[in-house]
Design a protein around this ligand. Structure first.
Ligand code: FO1
Length: 319
């Protein structure tokens, strides 16, 4: 079976680990990763979501944190601080720096982000084909109003420095309108047997991938069933601050509202947590098949069970 998954960072990566445990060696998984969270620091290109998927599936992730490398050290950050060079609020560890150095060196030499990602995966062997959504630069910005007035800031500044504590007035995927899907993205979607939306952030992760012209259209037109898993349980994000960015696009932070916002034109099936069983009927009234199953990714086996439920629902809604 050919499975395509659109993925953001921590939630997407953890779901993919469960998916890998649920499928067999004959199944091929292509992951289309969000690159809207990418940030340029110290002349280096940092791709948090691609790296989180790569490290998580490759066994190099800092498990408790969910991002960055295991057994990390922080000498470079400390040295930068001595020079008075920030940003102090963004934690790039020494081992992680090596990834950004290799990536940036290859990009400077003329390789595309897809080629660089493939090269990095030679080391990490994530067990999936990891594609960036685009080789073109896309950077999510968030419009806020604070004591400095109304301005747009980089998504990482909003997420990491401000902890999404200020209202997001708008989410702007800068560059998305002219970006092209990376090589292989549209082909993988068209050839998929199943398309999955992991419980990633529907606005700044899945939403940004879908904002690349051609990707939303390809998913909607794909012959494969499209099944998503709710990142919202009981009216709150399982992790992260998805509610803040949902508010910016006028969508309530409920499992039901997120499903209906994707809409029946895009997704065929939706899994909600058993805590949200009451929303099944409303999602189905919107033309989306819906089931309530446990959606807490407490360990790999519990996550594999979620993946099995998503694949089972895909079979039920297969056109
Ligand atoms: N998240 C944090 O909360 N604090 C950090 O300092 C931080 C640094 C960081 C460095 C590299 C990387 O790949 C990810 C990093 N993250 C950090 C995670 C990241 O900000 C977000 O969780 C994602 O972009 C959202 O998917």
């Amino acid at each position: 079976m050919r499975i395509v998954a659109l993925a953001g960072g921590i939630g997407g990566a953890r779901f993919l680990r469960g998916l890998l445990a649920a499928v067999g060696p004959q199944d091929e998984i292509t992951v289309i990763g969000n690159t809207g969270d990418d940030i340029h620091l110290y002349g280096l290109k940092v791709c948090p979501d691609l790296d989180t998927v790569m490290y998580t599936l490759g066994g190099g992730i800092h498990e408790e944190q969910g991002w960055g490398r295991t057994d990390e050290t922080w000498s470079i950050k400390a040295e930068m601080k001595e020079y008075g060079v920030g940003p102090e609020w963004f934690g790039l560890g020494d081992r992680d720096f090596a990834t950004h150095l290799v990536r940036s060196q290859m990009l400077t030499a003329g390789y595309t982000l897809s080629q660089v990602t493939e090269a990095l995966c030679v080391r990490w062997k994530p067990g999936v084909r990891l594609l960036p959504m685009s080789d073109d630069r896309v950077e999510t910005h968030v419009r806020i109003t604070d004591e400095q007035g109304s301005r747009a800031i980089h998504f990482q500044e909003y997420w990491v420095r401000l902890h999404a504590a200020v209202d997001a007035e708008a989410i702007i995927p800068v560059g998305a309108d002219t970006a092209k899907p990376a090589p292989g993205v549209l082909e993988a979607i068209a050839a998929a047997d199943v398309i999955l939306f992991p419980p990633s952030n529907p606005v700044v992760s899945i939403g940004t991938i879908l904002a690349v012209p051609g990707i939303r259209e390809a998913v909607a037109a794909a012959p494969a069933p499209v099944v998503g898993l709710s990142p919202i349980i009981g009216g709150a994000p399982v992790r992260g601050m998805a509610d803040k960015v949902l508010a910016a696009v006028g969508v309530e932070a409920t499992a039901e509202a997120v499903a209906l916002n994707y809409g029946a034109a895009l997704i065929d099936g939706w899994l909600v947590d058993t805590a949200d069983e009451g929303s099944v009927a409303a999602v189905e009234a919107g033309g989306i098949a819906c089931r309530a199953v446990p959606l807490l990714m407490t360990d790999v086996e519990a996550t594999a069970e979620m993946a099995r439920a998503a694949l089972a629902l895909a079979e039920q809604v297969r056109k």
